[in-house]
Design a protein around this ligand. Structure first.
Ligand code: DQA
Length: 147
């Protein structure tokens, strides 16, 4: 069976393509799903790409990943900046977890300069648009190959 990587997206990310394209790019969410599937496939993994506007659902998915030792690529959206519940769920990880942002939050409004998730992630990739998801998938594969 092909090993899985969960690609989890928080609030408003399902609206990619139409949401502030000057900030987040013009690729649609469907385009993101396709790109992740292709890249993961090339790396020998199956990407399971999900999105939710619901904090509890995102937390439950992180529990699922922790229980199943599943690697995670996580874009928590705005939850990044204030959700301690999400941070505590990410801290339970049992496999690599890479935090991804399409934009570079450090070059934006001050409230985006804090990530409560970063300290419990394996690493963070920000500012490279949807290409950041590809970098994160490669980082997960490399981390798993060398661990
Ligand atoms: C984001 C950055 C967050 O500040 C914002 O709330 C998002 C998207 C990004 O991918 O750049 O929803 O996580």
């Amino acid at each position: 069976m092909t090993p899985r990587i969960l690609v989890l997206n928080g609030p408003n990310l399902g609206r990619l393509g139409s949401r502030e394209p000057e900030v987040y790019g013009s690729t649609s969410y469907a385009g993101l799903v396709e790109r992740c599937a292709t890249v993961a496939g090339e790396l020998g993994y199956q990407a399971e790409v999900r999105e939710t506007n619901d904090e509890g659902e995102l937390i439950r998915w992180l529990h699922e990943a922790a229980d199943g030792a599943l690697p995670v690529v996580l874009n928590p959206g705005a939850f990044t900046h204030y959700s301690y519940g999400l941070r505590d769920a990410a801290a339970q990880r049992t496999a690599p977890l890479i935090e991804v942002h399409l934009s570079n939050p450090y070059a934006r409004e001050e409230f985006r300069h804090t990530s409560v998730v970063a300290a419990v992630a394996s690493g963070t990739i920000a500012g490279f648009g949807i290409g950041g998801y590809e970098l994160a998938l490669r980082a997960v594969a490399e981390r798993l190959a060398t661990s």
